[in-house]
Design a binder for this molecule. Structure first.
Ligand code: C2E
Ligand code: MG
Ligand code: MG
Ligand code: MG
Length: 285
């Protein structure tokens, strides 16, 4: 009986491995032509300054609609794009597109909005990474202080020194650096101190747990204090309800991003949203 079960389990395991592998191969196959076929689009999710209630900027998030596969989530294809190095060209397209769009938006607005762009470690390892970033700004005409690069704690795993130098250089040019998904990765606090960042993005898992676990409120408040003590701006990701927001406001968090404010929007949606000039009436504490 045990033997039978073991055998059955083995076959199942083997099958699922094959399926996962085939799926990745299939994604990679279709990913190769995606940029040339203009299958990508950017959506933009607003970030709101908690104190003023005003939108301060947007995070650019890639969307992929393939004729065969349909819509594929970045959670499924970014890793494949990294492993195949396709992320180098895709990521460059994202950055250029996002800078151009934000420059275009700001031309019509009274106050300038910031744009945050996710950057893969594979891109940062490229020799010409800093030139590519500066060139994207130059071509778009967007000022450096309106661009924020979102990096993750994966930067701690490879060539830490050379990546820190590149980020320091970009920061010296006025570009902001955000540490995304903060709290989920491998960074020790010692490493955190060495990264030239301007913003901590507290991961959604901390926000999700606010209503459940005993220490979650303490964790969130401690992250906010740590960020502020380091002179950083603190952004909460994935804020979905007003209870979470009330707690974040009370705890002094600077900005929120999440479905409570808006899902990521296509360009047309951004234009409609900004035309409303909405001031978010967040609950007063
Ligand atoms: P991320 O950078 O942490 O982006 C936040 C993700 O959370 C986005 O998922 C966003 O749509 C989602 N989100 C925002 N607010 C809420 C909320 O209130 N509730 C829930 N349930 N989700 C929320 P998305 O767009 O699927 O992107 C997933 C991840 O894929 C991103 O996580 C980022 O790591 C990566 N990614 C997306 N676009 C790019 C890109 O252009 N380049 C690179 N390298 N990575 C990207
Ligand atoms: Mg991000
Ligand atoms: Mg994140
Ligand atoms: Mg995330």
């Amino acid at each position: 009986r045990a033997k039978e079960e073991g055998k059955g389990t083995y076959v199942l395991y083997d099958k699922s491995m094959h399926t996962a592998f085939n799926e990745r191969m299939n994604i990679e196959k279709h990913l190769r032509g995606a940029l040339g076929n203009q299958e990508f689009e950017l959506h933009y999710q607003p970030q709101v300054d908690i104190r003023s209630g005003m939108i301060s900027g947007f995070e650019a998030l890639i969307r992929w609609n393939n004729p065969v596969l349909g819509f594929v989530s970045p959670l499924s294809f970014i890793k494949v794009a990294e492993d195949s190095r396709l992320i180098i060209d895709i990521g460059e397209w994202v950055l250029r597109e996002a800078c151009l769009f934000m420059k275009q938006v700001n031309e019509r607005m009274l106050y300038p909005y910031k744009i945050s762009v996710n950057i893969s470690i594979i891109q940062m390892l490229q020799e010409d990474f800093t030139e590519m970033v500066l060139d994207s700004l130059a071509v778009s005409g967007l000022v450096p202080s309106l661009l924020e690069l979102e990096i993750t704690e994966s930067v701690f795993m490879k060539s830490f020194g050379s990546i820190v130098s590149k980020l320091e250089f970009l920061k010296s040019q006025g570009i902001r650096i955000a540490l995304d998904d903060f709290g989920t990765g491998y960074s020790s606090l010692g490493y955190l101190q060495q990264l030239p960042i301007s913003t901590l993005k507290m991961d959604k898992t901390f926000i999700d747990s606010l209503s459940e676990k005993d220490y979650s409120q303490a964790f969130v408040q401690t992250i906010i204090q740590l960020g502020h003590n380091m002179g950083l701006e603190v952004v909460a990701e994935g804020v979905e309800d007003s209870g979470q927001l009330a707690f974040l406001k009370e705890s002094g968090c600077d900005k929120v991003q999440g479905y409570l404010v808006s899902k990521p929007l296509p360009e047309s949606g951004v234009n409609v949203l900004l035309a409303q000039r909405k001031q978010y009436g967040f609950p007063d504490m």
